[in-house]
Design a protein around this ligand. Sequence first.
Ligand SMILES: [Zn+2]
Length: 234
Amino acid sequence: MKEADGTPPESKQDVQAVSAGAPDIVPGTPMTATDFDLSREIRFNVDTGLTVFRNSRLVIFDANAIGLLRQNLIETLGYPKARAFLLRFGYQNGYSDFLQMKLNYEFATEMDLLASGPVIHTYEGIVQATPREIQFDRKTGEFYFTGVWTNSYEAEQNLSFNHHADEPVCWTLMGYASGWCTAFFGSPLLAIEPLCVGKGDDHCEWKIQPPEKWGAKGEKYAEALSDFWEVLKA
Ligand SMILES: [Zn+2]
């Protein structure tokens, strides 16, 4: 969870997490997607209470607390409004993360920059994200990105309160992937789960493409994100 535009602390007591994950980055050498290691990039500061990833302030919440908030939204507002709010919440998160990644790191290829999205999403503890197929062409506007999500916190939380749904339930993840890819591509992109543990599938899968490619299936999601996308056209 995070809030954009936090100010990075500059205390000498900043603590950098240690990781045995990705290889060391050599300054000046462009990264591949999997070189990125969020545990090396987060700064904790007990003097100020500001935990940051570059220019984004991060706040850490227990997944059960987020799950309770989510369930209260569903029970108070109903599925359609709760879905829209959580999609938008995820979208802002993915969009903000992308900007930090784009502004602060040099990737070997555009594909690596795009594919670093599932990497940071995984480090954040939201889901384990494994890309499967990526195709895009900025000239034609073609964009297609699929992959597998396992251990989605949101599917787990939904199932802890509800029976299997008749639609995908990982709304913050779908929003995150939509925001990340829209920020990357500069035009609207919508992620929907063809498979979701929350509706009884054994794993979740994502598919991201322009909203018009989804047809009627994408309408309720596209409507929730429409004002974000209007800004892109301005
Ligand atoms: Zn799911």
